[in-house]
Design a protein around this ligand. Structure first.
Ligand code: MG
Length: 380
């Protein structure tokens, strides 16, 4: 069978299987998936992401982020994923590689049984969310390519509803903040400003000296006193800030609930929430939740989180780490369903190795490429 014919066959067979459940998912049963005795092949390579500018948050500043690129091949197609591991995530290239060595996708007949495969991957260890996300993203990319459709379409989202993405300004001196804001303010419709050290007002005033764009702020747990936090949020609202992310430390649950109840701006959880299970704990504590693939373990969990958070009456945003266009484009597939998107991690690095979701006039533009919508820029 020629490669093209084989692809057409795979596409047809896959669609048929999705519709009438022909394919076996039982990992103890016979291999009856398309491709006969073919197994999924998982491979990976470490890749250091280089930041265009040193990036400061409330607790640290860095210039690189360790990353691991993952490939899963099956049926003549390759799906790509990545595990981005900034230091605060508590994972590393070494831990990601150790986890990936445990993953045996040969137990499964084909990549379509995402629910069963990810349940198996998730039980391999209690943590390793970035490594799990890498496998999940690559599987989604692969399945989308075998079907021939992007995931935003498979989920039924209207790509025209994809929001603007924020662009992040890290903590720095007023001169550098002004310069960075000037560089980006004509390309975006909303900026995200990192706060939480001792120069919050100075940061906002530096941004405001060059632009009137709406601002999101991310405190990264940097405030400690709830009355001061509430005063600051009232001041931020007067400065055109539209939302506040993780104002108080994770441990300060009651103070955060007190603050959210009185805050004139929505208060989003980031560090306080990893996956679906954490959502239940923050009902009444936060107004919204920041969902990130590297925290929750991938698209499957993130998609569930969007639906559950909505059912709980919460606002939803999508965030990211420093990532290539692989992780960013994967998250962007969910973006038509959220209130805010903070998907700029690929725009902060100088060595992106994928082409994917584009930002036009500040808005995320989801293309028609199948899977998570990416193309590798070199042979990976
Ligand atoms: Mg955050």
């Amino acid at each position: 069978m020629s490669k093209q014919n084989r692809r057409d066959f795979l596409k047809t067979a896959s669609l048929a299987a999705l519709g009438i459940g022909l394919l076996g998912c039982d990992n103890n049963g016979p291999f009856i998936g398309i491709g006969g005795s073919e197994r999924m092949k998982l491979s990976w390579t470490p890749y250091e992401l280089k930041l265009a500018h040193p990036f400061g948050v409330s607790s640290s500043t860095r210039t690189t982020t360790p990353d691991v690129l993952v490939k899963i091949s099956y049926g003549g197609e390759t799906g790509y994923g990545e595990a981005a591991t900034p230091p605060y995530l508590g994972q590393s290239t070494k831990s990601v590689e150790a986890f990936l060595q445990k993953v045996d996708l040969g137990r499964f007949a084909d990549p379509f049984c995402l629910e069963d495969i990810m349940a198996y991957v998730n039980q391999l260890s209690p943590g390793d969310s970035a490594a799990k996300a890498a496998v999940d993203i690559a599987l989604h990319d692969l399945v989308g390519k075998l079907i021939g459709q992007p995931w935003h379409r498979l989920w039924g989202y209207d790509p025209a509803k994809a929001p603007s993405t924020t662009f992040t300004i890290g903590i720095d001196t007023p001169e550098v903040v002004r310069e960075k804001t000037l560089e980006c303010c004509n390309r975006f419709n909303i900026l995200k400003v990192k706060l939480g050290r001792d120069n919050d007002k100075e940061m906002i005033e530096a941004v405001r000296s060059v632009t009137d764009l709406p601002l999101a702020v991310d405190v990264n747990q940097g405030w400690s006193e709830r009355f001061l936090a509430l005063d600051m949020i009232y001041w931020l609202k007067e400065q055109g800030v539209v939302m506040v992310e993780q104002p108080l430390p994770v441990s300060r649950v009651y103070d955060t609930a007190w603050l959210s109840e009185r805050s004139p701006l929505p208060v989003f959880a980031d560090e306080s929430v990893q996956g679906v299970k954490d959502l239940m704990r923050i009902k009444g504590v936060f107004t919204g939740v920041n969902i990130k693939l590297m925290k929750c373990g991938g698209l499957r969990e993130a998609h569930k989180m969007v639906d559950i958070a909505r059912a709980m009456g919460m606002k939803v945003m999508l965030g990211c780490m420093t990532e290539t266009s692989c992780g960013i484009s994967a998250a962007a597939q969910l973006s038509p369903a959220v209130d805010f998107a903070d998907l700029d991690g690929n725009l902060l690095i100088t060595n992106d190795c994928f082409q994917g979701v584009e930002v036009e006039k500040g808005r995320l533009v989801l293309g028609d490429r199948p899977g998570i919508g990416i193309k590798p820029l070199s042979s990976l």
